[in-house]
Design a protein. Sequence first.
Length: 194
Amino acid sequence: MASLKNNINNISDDTESLVRDYLKLFSVKQTEKLSVYLGILATVFILSLLLLIIIVFWSFAMAGYLNDVLANDYWGFWIVSGFYVLVIALVIFKMIKTKRPPLSNLFVKLIVSVMSLDISQSKSLKGLKLEREMLNHKIDADKVKIKANAQSLRYVIMESLFSEFFGLFKSKKGDEEPGETETDQANIEKENKQ
């Protein structure tokens, strides 16, 4: 019975560990996704706001200055507009090259600290990806351990059932006198009657 209890405790501990790992994996995946979405949202919002403010004030000032220098009413505005198109193209090129918004790692650090995630990798998108892979391997190993413990539990239960079953027959034999069976006793009684 002690081994049965140990097997049940092992399965319980391994299952608890597996559930914790699944919850941690879920948190890591959601943090990664949320960081990317917030990075996109913040990047668009900040870029839009900054571009709006800068474009309005700097454009008029610079275009007016260039118009004075070039002695033309329009060339200053065209040059300033071309500069903004170049800056926007560089930001878009960087996003395409890295395949993530520029502020994603900042949000990873914020979300990991807010959610109090205990990760062993760096607090970046790459670190979250490595952490996810490590958790997947650990979960697979825990599944194997739980299957092994469940199989061991089956064997212990069967062993306990067989020992109890055969123990019933041993207890009946123990009540009889050694060397005598029912047929032997019947033969002895017949001889005594004759």
